[in-house]
Write a protein that binds this ligand. Sequence first.
Ligand code: FES
Length: 119
Amino acid sequence: MLSPISWMKERGILIELTFIDADGESQTIQATPGESVMEAAIRNEVPGIEAACGGALACATCHAYVEEPWYSDVPEKTETEADMLEYGSHVDGRSRLTCQIEVTEALRGAVIRTPIEQG
Ligand code: FES
């Protein structure tokens, strides 16, 4: 019997995301639609995503850079996310809090870079 993850992987339901750290090391993971990018990263032990507040939008340690064209395809950040990002380190125009991005088909194959340090 297939595990739920294997079942979804076999049917192309899982969304592949590639994280690249500041040293250029990459890790490709399988994310489940509906979870947040942060949850997928933590579940797969992606280095550089800390998520100290567990997704409560209160820490900015899930900060990462979403590369184009995916950046433009995810819903815009809320005012609260933008405010919290001000507490992040090395924030730029591609910066997002990954706990605020839902894994959807729009992210299939996305490249997400992690900052040199968090908060
Ligand atoms: Fe704390 Fe995203 S996990 S703001």
